[in-house]
Design a protein around this ligand. Structure first.
Ligand code: 5GP
Ligand code: ZN
Length: 111
């Protein structure tokens, strides 16, 4: 299930370019276009839904293992996993996404 108007569905289909990091049957991972730190990446279910409760359980099982892959690949030792649902909760793109935001020590910055 995808939404024709959704930018993340377009990224999954390759209609909008992205820096892809990982993909399998149910998930897609790519670099955030406006990184808060070096390696800031997003993991999304391929199933289109705006909020976490809209996604069937069987479409979510690879999300956490994929986040772990990104953590390992970036070498992040400290990091935030963030997931916003709804405009009031600061969600800007209405396709479920999990942020993986490395927290470098202060001397590393954006590099
Ligand atoms: P939200 O505030 O919805 O949790 O976060 C949306 C995130 O998507 C933001 O960090 C923003 O930089 C990222 N984003 C928005 N549009 C694009 C895009 O076209 N490509 C990529 N790679 N990231 C995007
Ligand atoms: Zn979508």
């Amino acid at each position: 299930m995808s939404s024709a108007a959704c930018i993340f569905c377009k990224i999954i289909k390759g209609e909008i370019p992205s820096m892809k990091l990982f993909e399998n049957d149910t998930v897609f991972a790519f670099l955030d276009i406006g990184p808060l730190s070096k390696g800031h990446s997003l993991v999304i279910p391929k199933y289109h839904g705006a909020k976490l409760a809209d996604i069937p359980d069987d479409q979510l099982t690879d999300i956490l293992p994929t986040l772990k892959k990104l953590i390992t690949a970036t070498g992040a030792t400290d990091y935030n996993i963030l997931q916003n649902n709804g405009t009031i909760a600061h969600q800007q793109v209405h396709h479920v996404h999990f942020h993986m935001i490395p927290k470098p020590n202060e001397t590393e910055g954006l590099g």
